[in-house]
Design a protein around this ligand. Sequence first.
Ligand SMILES: [Zn+2]
Length: 508
Amino acid sequence: MSYQTLYRRWRPQAFAEVTGQEHVARTLQNALEQGRVAHAYLFCGPRGTGKTSVAKILAKAVNCLNGPAREPCNNCSFCQDIGASRLLDVLEIDAASNRGIDEIRELREKVRYAPVEARRKVYIIDEVHMLTTEAANALLKTLEEPPAHVLFILATTEPHRLPATVVSRCQRLDFKLISFAGIMERLRTVAGELDRKVSEAALQIIAEEAAGGLRDALSLFEQALAYAESDVTENDVLSVLGSVGRDVFYDFTAAILEGDLSAALLIVNDVSSAGRDLQHFTQQAIAYYRDLMVVLSCREEAELLGIAPEWADRLAGQGKAMGLALVARALSVFHDLSAEIRWSTRPRLLWELAVFRLLGIGGETLPGLEQVTQTGKTDTGKRAEEAAETPDLRQMSRMWPRILEQVKRESIQAHALLLEAELCGCAGQVLQIGFKSDFHREMMEKPEYKQLLGTAVKTVLGYGAGVHCTQLGSLGKDAQEKKMSQEEIVDTAAEIFGGKIMANDAGR
Ligand SMILES: [Zn+2]
């Protein structure tokens, strides 16, 4: 069973099955019932919240032989063909994978023709913000005077990147992150259909990690099922994630609160000796203190923000003991650490230094709440928000082996090239791939390889991505800055231990 099958199998087929987007479903169902379906919809919202699923349900509902009605029948030939993506009159365009130039050109030529068989021609354009300016302009021309038989459904995770002219031509519907409870409900339903036992704690970790995206939840669930021997436990899910349990951070924080240096260092030692990736461990630490901050500042929102209720209680207790200033302090320390640790050959030392800083060893004192600015946010709070954006890369790194596997199926050569490369970032849905060798980088620049990688990302993660190849040497400036801060760290270490720097690898 491929790990994508859960999502496919459980993809909602009717409005009533869509989780967490009742407001969207109601609007569309009313329009269907009153025969007032618009010519263009813009579905906005985070990934994995059901935009393309709803687009397909709407495409079925307007074309259903037993409709149009509030729900598609899912039995007639149109419903079946649309469900299987084989109806010529319903076109799905992924703007991210090739930026849509050819498709939009073709669309402009063919949009005037009446549908071949169906009632309405439906164009579903996913990741529409990724269209090139040229393609977006072409789309706009079509949107300005849409033929009566055409229905456009544009979907995007980043509506602010769309030209206002495009947005204003569409009826906008916003998809929300799905609540922790909503995702748990769905996971329990899926688990109930399986002939394997899945622990509640395992489901909770999956739901938390998914952070409001149902597709992520289901694909993580599928991975855990593939990984576990028989029943799926909390540890199976943590292993798939390469994560440690939240208990570890709870104990770590308790040690910090008690000022117990050796207990805190022992925990770092255990995690490091177990071969855990300390970079990922740092991200988890940030997530933990962010959760503490959330629970402290808006307890009732915790569940909505994806924290299991049992944990929200425990976190609230620890958060109170810690106080907002220390939580902010921890976030600041770990945020700095996450920037430094990436480039370090001694991640464990950096972690140990972070422990010292948290305990105020080395002359640093805890900041007071007077740092709260007029906007009501502490500087560290703002930094915490930035740090919270990194799960993109984290998720991408986690899925990277699967993406490579997918590439390998299509091209051994592209796969071999990517084995030489390093995933450096994924800002704005563009993957940054770093190569040590300029030769390899040039080889990878081939459009067919880049597209192949983009398609592999789409297959694995459900959304497409652009690819940008860089030479690792050319990251020089950035790396230099990081290196500087490593030197500062060494200085700090020397200060703390009262030692002298004899020599260091920076060759100063
Ligand atoms: Zn039908």
